[in-house]
Ligand binder design. Structure first.
Ligand code: ADP
Ligand code: MG
Length: 379
């Protein structure tokens, strides 16, 4: 029998070694736990600081066996880990979130269908498995065609004005299963990150406002600058979704705001980039919450104690002016309310998330102003 609460200094497992895994390792270490990270990249940000780094593929039988035998509880930072991997591990150890929940989150058609069937608000969409599924010109256009699997940061998406363009884009995606979504006139994008424990208790972090650049999250502002009603609705919908999914773990829920209407865009079965502000601005951060859920500890307070603006730092910040040079870190560090987080990645590639910073303070406008200045000074 496994104990219901896993105490320090037990070994925990993390599938995926990116920055989300790295923050999990940091949180787990602070809380007294050890971590084994599974990631095929020997330089993975989390693997480099883990107690044990299993440098193998996510379906490597020997590595999974070692994880199952040595880790008391396992979670993921990566929605594209094969659902079968989670199911296999769950046979012999504690795994959250479940393979079923991850299978939904990693497939856009399953995800949107789930929202619809659960009675959650979602924009118009059509599942596309063959060209014949592409709607004729009319109401559904302009639209966005998205591959059902392995898309992230705007990758695997094409904006299409009509059926002919949709056909071309579908060919371009090698006729992989896709979802066609009506292009919505977005007023704002917001997100809610929450943690739900095995007993069904939920702790949701305040609703954040997100802006994207080239399909990649650029800035998150928390709390979001929209009406209290919209913020509260987002919280309610995210909780309803997590409960309907019987989700256990940390969940990121992205929303579109169109007028007074909130529509669910997508979910991430893991901590979320828009929840990074919780590291510096909340009593408990999203990664500590992930450790708490899988170890069976009581959820921490999600209370936000400071206003926050989080800015992603992409590889582009190194590549400006066409040559590779370090961003002006000293200028960023000159701001006393700026908290810098660099992920230890060696190669600054365009669009690659290398780090982020969060500016915190009591006055939302002042925080935003400092974040804008700090952002412009980096380049
Ligand atoms: P990803 O997995 O890359 O985050 P998303 O589905 O969240 O994929 O799309 C990325 C961004 O593209 C969204 O945050 C939004 O800005 C824009 N977008 C996606 N779908 C739509 C849509 N149906 N209407 C308007 N904008 C959209
Ligand atoms: Mg998204």
């Amino acid at each position: 029998m496994k104990p219901s609460v896993i105490q320090p200094s037990a070994m925990l497992g993390m599938l995926g070694g990116g920055q989300l895994g790295r923050f999990f390792v940091i949180a787990a270490h602070e809380m007294g736990y050890k971590v084994t990270v599974l990631d095929p990249d020997k330089n993975s940000p989390a693997g480099m600081i883990a107690d044990v780094h299993l440098c193998a593929a996510y379906d490597d039988v020997a590595a999974l066996k070692a994880m199952a035998e040595t880790c008391q509880a396992i979670s993921t930072e990566f929605e594209n880990v094969p659902a079968q991997t989670l199911a296999t591990l769950a046979q012999s150890t504690i795994v959250h979130p479940s393979a079923e929940a991850v299978a939904i989150a990693q497939h856009r058609v399953k995800e949107k269908t789930f929202f619809k069937e659960a009675g959650l608000p979602v924009g118009p969409f059509v599942a596309i498995t063959s060209e014949a599924d592409l709607p004729a010109d009319g109401d559904m256009y302009p639209a966005v065609l998205k591959v059902a699997r392995f898309g992230y940061d705007g990758k695997g998406q094409a904006r299409v004005a009509n059926q002919a363009e949709a056909k071309a884009a579908f060919q371009n995606f090698r006729q992989e299963v896709c979802v066609l979504e009506k292009m919505l006139p977005l007023d704002l994008e917001v997100s809610v990150v929450l943690a739900r424990d095995v007993h069904g208790n939920i702790a949701a972090f305040p609703t954040a406002e997100n802006s994207h650049l080239n399909g990649i999250l650029d800035v998150s502002i928390a709390p979001a600058r929209c009406t209290e009603v919209i913020k509260a609705n987002a919280q309610e919908l995210a909780k309803k979704l997590a409960t309907k999914l019987d989700y256990v773990g940390v969940l990121g829920v992205e929303f579109f705001v169109v007028g007074n209407q909130l529509l669910i865009n997508e979910i991430a079965p893991r901590p979320h980039n828009s929840g990074h502000y919780t590291i510096d601005a909340c009593v408990t951060n999203q990664f500590e919450q992930q450790v708490r859920v899988i170890t069976g500890q009581v959820l921490g307070s999600p209370r936000q104690h400071s206003k926050a603006v989080m800015v992603n730092i992409l590889g582009n910040s190194w590549l400006y002016r066409g040559k590779q040079q370090e961003p002006a870190w000293d200028k960023a560090y000159a701001h006393g309310n700026l908290k810098m987080h660099l992920y230890g990645k060696h190669e600054p590639r365009e669009g690659r998330k290398m780090g982020h910073f969060t500016v915190i303070g009591e006055d939302a406008q002042a925080v935003l102003n400092v974040a804008k200045v700090a952002r412009s000074e980096l380049h």
